[in-house]
Design a binder for this molecule. Structure first.
Ligand code: NAG
Ligand code: NAG
Ligand code: NAG
Ligand code: NAG
Length: 560
């Protein structure tokens, strides 16, 4: 199941009534089909791993690096001109359908799954689709191996750690470096070209160990990570802006995994392969599918010690370290996730003050008691009052935490000043755009036109504003400015707040930087209602910058 993931996802915003779990299944199949066409149609080279095998690896790697190499065909005793799918003058779709047409049913069946058997009579080689590159090319997948010639690849910090930087260009740069190594290994016959990475399952529960593989609990942040990492892996330098996505070359092929709403590996004997995850469409649209959508579109040492102690924590996700927070001997706490191969140096640089950190938590650090309040198998993000379950993630949990989502310190301090900001947006509805009723809590004021469904709107309206970030300390440093939106008061069962933007900026000590945000009104103020419709509610929304100190209201008004 680990290999089941999605590559292409067309979110049916206009069909929110889609079947729940079936949706995820469909994605999986779209994914395999996409790869298949890719391998056949795009001159994706043969996987030389399968040609060579571990035993006979040579220093020069494989003899051939792509399928439709005339020399390869002649070495197989086949006439390549007899196979239109190898004719580069034909469009990809024609070549792909030719290949599929030439295969018998049993030959097709042998190409399903991770390990493709190839079709010798057509010159189609074996191929192992499963390679992994979450934070460096890894031999977890059978499509990749290390040996004397290539003993290792770069191990970057695990994803949850890189996510904490909230630095989009860093995420993309890591993807680029990983795919360069992947290509090099491929050319030497030691890796595949298809990677079951990134893992963009939103972290729903603090007990999930595989949180380490992911960018955290916020669908927007996870989606941004996905978009950057995928572009980093896939783009060939100089071809990033190809309009026709079907002809854009791929450096390697990435795959956003796993099943949406999948994040129970083994909890009290309940395993992911058989667990029946009951997911509301509302949560599916709002939380679990959002990153996929974005992916496609775009130790207790203190007491014994005498002096001050710096607690360095290596962990997949959050831990209840209340004991350390309140221990005066602990002068600092540094969470490093699982850092990459340069982790030791990086930790030293931070502890000794050479580098000023500026990360933020990509997930909530819960108190241990949180895990006693609800079973891991409860899928709803919202609180379940009837069962006494609290909400999940910062968007729906209002209780106390060890550290909240997006918490992070640096050796300096930053102050925000809000500059220009648009405070209201007036949207005139045409005759095809209708007011849509959404649920308000009892005794709340309900506006005459409570909301409009986003599918019905043009969604051109923007909210522009600028935040001046002043470094008021005495160390240069980077600050992550996180922007949230809060829905109008009284709306029933909506999120408390949601991330709608973030930027990491470097500001020298004593200096300041203006950070500009342009938010799309529909994307940033939307609410997913009980029927899983994305709607724009009218009334008083709030844009919050960082903690609650800086904020401004945005009024949405509809008229006929
Ligand atoms: C590569 O070519 C050499 C020389 O032509 C041949 O002996 C060898 O078997 C080939 N290896 C593979 C994996 O095809
Ligand atoms: C973001 O990461 C890049 C590396 O890709 C680095 O050069 C840059 O300084 C980082 N930005 C900030 C503001 O820290
Ligand atoms: C916090 O959430 C709980 C549901 O988990 C709810 O009963 C309670 O009213 C909320 N408290 C506040 C202050 O919003
Ligand atoms: C920065 O903000 C804090 C809290 O808002 C305030 O106490 C402090 O005086 C500000 N410092 C500067 C230099 O503006």
């Amino acid at each position: 199941m680990d290999m089941l993931k999605t590559v292409k996802l067309h979110l049916h915003n206009n069909k929110p009534k889609m079947a729940k779990i079936h949706t995820a299944l469909i994605f999986v199949y779209v994914c395999s089909a996409y790869f298949f066409i890719l391998a056949c149609a795009r001159d994706v080279p043969t996987n030389s791993y399968t040609l060579l095998g571990h035993g006979d690896a040579t220093p020069t790697g494989s003899n051939f690096t792509f399928v439709c190499d005339p020399k390869r065909y002649s070495s197989l005793g086949l006439d390549m001109t007899k196979f239109p799918f190898c004719d580069k003058s034909l469009p990809y779709d024609v070549r792909a359908s030719d290949l599929v047409k030439q295969m018998t049913l049993s030959e097709k069946v042998l190409q399903l799954g991770n390990t493709n058997r190839g079709v010798p009579r057509l010159g189609l080689p074996k191929y192992e689709w499963w390679s992994e590159a979450l934070h460096g090319v890894s031999n977890v997948g059978p499509g990749t191996f290390f040996d004397d010639l290539v003993p290792s690849s770069t191990s970057f910090p695990t994803v949850i750690t890189s996510a904490a930087s909230f630095n989009e260009s860093l995420w993309k740069t890591i993807g680029q470096a990983v795919s360069t190594e992947a290509r090099a290994m491929y050319n030497l016959g030691r890796a595949g070209l298809t990677y079951w990475s990134p893992n963009i399952n939103v972290v729903r529960d603090p007990r999930w160990g595989r949180a380490i593989e992911t960018p955290g609990e916020d669908p927007f942040v996870v989606g941004k990570y996905a978009a950057n990492y995928v572009r980093g892996l896939q783009d060939v330098e100089g071809t990033e802006n190809f309009k026709d996505l079907n002809s854009r070359p791929l450096k390697v092929s990435s795959c956003c995994k796993h099943y949406a709403a999948y994040d129970v590996d083994n909890w009290k004997g309940i395993v992911r392969e058989s667990y029946d995850a009951r997911v509301a469409e509302q949560d599916m649209v709002e939380t679990f599918l959002r990153p996929f959508e974005m992916c496609i579109k775009e130790g207790d040492v203190a007491d014994a010690a005498k002096g001050p102690v710096i607690l360095v924590l290596f962990s997949a996700g959050g831990l209840d370290i209340g004991f350390a927070k309140n221990n005066k001997k602990i002068g600092g706490i540094l969470w490093v996730g699982y850092p990459g191969e340069k982790g030791g140096l990086a930790i030293a640089d931070v502890i000794f003050g050479k580098y000023n950190p500026g990360g933020r938590l990509p997930l909530t650090w819960h108190e241990a008691s949180y895990a006693d309040m609800l079973p891991m198998t409860s899928m709803p993000l919202r609180p379940v009052d009837s069962l006494g379950y609290p909400g999940r993630t910062y968007k729906f949990f209002n209780g106390s935490t060890v550290y909240p989502f997006a918490y992070g310190l640096s050796y300096t301090q930053f102050n925000y000043t809000l500059k220009s900001a648009v405070r209201s947006t007036h949207i005139k509805l045409n005759k095809f755009q209708h007011c849509y009723g959404i649920k308000y809590r009892a005794e709340s004021h309900i506006p005459p036109c409570p909301a409009v469904r986003i599918d019905d709107m043009d969604c051109k309206e923007k909210i522009n504003f600028e935040v001046e970030v002043k470094n008021v300390g005495d160390r240069d440093g980077s600050e992550v400015v996180v922007v949230y939106s809060k829905p109008p008061e009284g709306l029933d069962a909506s999120h408390i707040k949601q991330v709608v933007g973030f930027q990491r900026v470097f500001v020298p000590a004593g200096g300041s930087k203006k950070v500009k945000f342009v938010l799309n009104v529909c994307n940033s103020l939307r609410v997913v209602d009980y029927n899983a419709y994305s709607v724009l509610p009218s009334g008083g929304h709030t844009i919050v910058i960082g903690d609650d100190i800086t904020s401004f209201p945005v009024h949405v008004n509809f008229s006929g």
